[in-house]
Design a binder for this molecule. Structure first.
Ligand code: SAM
Length: 376
C-alpha cells in the first residue's frame, strides 16, 4: 500500500482483517485481565484518524467499544487508553471520532474508560507517558501499527518486554529492508535500530525466495530477545501485493492461546491466510469454518517420529500451542485422523490426557496410496 497522504483514507482488506483480529483478541484480553486487576491499559503508538473513508472505524474506536462492553457490570474496574498520532489532521479527526463513540456509552462506563490522545512522535513520548501514569508493570497491550517501517526502535520493545504483563502487536513490512538497505548506510541503520543488532543483515546473502521469511523470523527473535517469550505472526498481503506481517508478542501461554483463537476467527472473506513455519510443504491455509489441518498432521507426525516412546496428548497440545499456528483444541481430532490413516497408534485407544501416541510400526511411505492422498 502506498503511504496515504490524506487525513482519512480507504480501508483495504488487509486492514479489515487486522481490525477483526484485534477486536477478537481484545474481547478475550480485557475481560480476563479486568477480572483480576482494578485497572488495565491499552496504548497505540500509531493511532491514525479513528475512521476510514467509507466510515469504517479505526483501531482506537474498535478498541474503545470492546473496552466499554468489558467494563459493563464490572464497576469499579477501570481502563486507560493512550493514543499517539503525529499527523495533526488525523489527531483532530481522532478526537472527533473518540468524542462520538464516547457519546454512545453511559456515564458509568465513560468515567471508568479514560482516553488520552497525544499529538506527536510516538517515541519516546509513549513510553514516558506509560511510565508517568504507572501503566508499566500492570496489564498493558501496546499496538504499534505503523505503515510497516522499520520504525519501532528495539530499545522501546526491550523496555516494554521488561514487564511480564505487557503484550505488543507490531506491524512489520520486510520489503523496504530487502530492497533498499543493502547499499544505503542510513537505511541499514534503521534496520539495526529496529532489530537491536546487525544479524538481520544476513538477509542480503539469502536467496530471494527466502528473504521475507528470514526477516520475519529475525524479527520474531528480536521480540523474544526483548522479553516476549511467545510470538505469533499473521501474514497479510495488501492490494499492491506487498507482504506485511503483524507480529504479536506475549510472555504468557494464555495470551498466545487467546491470540490463536482470535486468528482462527478472523472473517475468511478478507482472504487472509497462514502458513506454518514448521510445515515442510509450506502450505498456505485459508481461514475456513473447518480449518485445513493437513499441515498439523505432518507437523505432529514429524514430532512424534522423534520420540521413540511416543508422546502424551498434553505434550502434543503444548507443542501445537508453542510451536505451530494451530490451537491445542485441534490436536485430538488430528491424532484421530493420523490413527485412522495408520500413521500412529494410541495407547489406550480412547484419546484423553493419559493417551500416549506413538508412530505406527509401518508408517505409510512418502507416496501414500490414493485413498490416503486427501489426508496429506
Ligand atoms: C497504519 S496507520 C494506523 C492505523 C490505525 N492503527 C488503524 O488501524 O486504524 C499509521 C499511522 O501512524 C501515524 N504515524 C506515522 N509515523 C508516526 C510517528 N512517528 N509517531 C506517531 N504516529 C505516526 C500516521 O500518520 C498514520 O496515521
Amino acid at each position: 500500500m502506498a503511504v496515504p497522504k490524506d487525513a482519512v483514507w480507504d480501508r483495504d482488506p488487509h486492514t479489515a482483517a487486522k481490525h477483526d483480529l484485534l477486536q477478537q483478541y481484545l474481547k478475550a484480553w480485557a475481560p480476563i485481565l479486568l477480572s483480576r486487576h482494578d485497572v488495565i491499559s491499552y496504548a497505540e503508538g500509531f493511532a491514525g484518524a479513528g475512521v476510514y473513508k467509507q466510515g469504517e472505524p479505526g483501531s482506537p474506536v474498535i478498541a474503545y467499544n470492546v473496552f466499554a462492553d468489558a467494563l459493563l457490570h464490572r464497576s469499579p474496574k477501570r481502563m486507560r487508553v493512550i493514543l499517539m498520532e503525529e499527523d495533526a489532521r488525523r489527531v483532530e479527526e481522532l478526537q472527533r471520532q473518540m468524542a462520538l463513540v464516547h457519546c454512545l456509552h453511559t456515564d458509568d462506563i465513560t468515567k471508568r474508560l479514560a482516553v488520552d490522545i497525544r499529538h506527536g512522535d510516538f517515541h519516546p513520548a509513549l513510553l514516558e507517558k506509560l511510565r508517568s501514569i504507572g501503566a508499566l508493570g500492570k496489564p498493558l497491550f501496546v499496538l504499534l501499527d505503523s505503515f510497516g517501517g522499520p520504525d519501532i526502535p528495539y530499545s522501546l520493545l526491550h523496555e516494554l518486554g521488561r514487564y511480564p504483563s505487557t503484550e505488543v502487536m507490531v506491524t512489520f513490512e520486510p520489503s523496504f529492508l530487502t530492497r533498499f538497505a543493502e547499499n544505503h548506510d542510513g537505511h541499514r541503520q534503521l534496520g539495526d535500530e529496529a532489530f537491536g543488532s546487525r544479524e538481520w543483515q544476513a538477509v542480503f546473502q539469502q536467496p530471494s525466495s527466502h528473504k521475507f521469511t528470514f526477516l520475519r523470523e529475525q524479527y520474531r527473535d528480536t521480540l523474544r530477545q526483548a522479553g516476549f517469550t511467545h510470538t505469533l505472526y499473521f501474514e497479510m498481503v495488501d492490494e499492491g501485493g506487498r507482504k506485511l506481517y503483524l507480529i504479536f508478542g506475549t510472555q504468557h501461554e494464555r495470551g498466545l492461546e487467546k491470540m490463536k483463537d482470535a486468528m482462527w476467527k478472523v472473517d475468511p472473506s478478507y482472504g487472509v491466510r497462514y502458513r506454518d513455519p514448521r510445515d515442510t510443504q509450506q502450505q498456505m491455509l485459508d481461514l475456513e469454518f473447518e480449518p485445513d489441518t493437513a499441515p498439523l498432521r505432518r507437523i505432529l507426525r514429524d514430532f512424534i517420529s522423534e520420540a521413540p516412546n511416543g508422546l502424551t496428548i498434553p505434550e502434543l497440545k503444548q507443542y501445537a500451542l508453542l510451536e505451530t499456528v494451530y490451537r491445542p483444541a485441534q490436536v485430538i481430532s488430528t491424532v484421530r485422523q493420523l490413527r485412522e490413516a495408520g500413521v500412529v497408534t494410541t495407547q489406550p485407544r480412547a484419546i484423553n490426557v493419559k493417551t500416549r501416541v506413538t508412530l505406527a510400526a509401518a508408517p505409510p511411505t512418502t507416496n501414500p496410496p490414493a485413498e490416503q492422498g486427501a489426508l496429506w
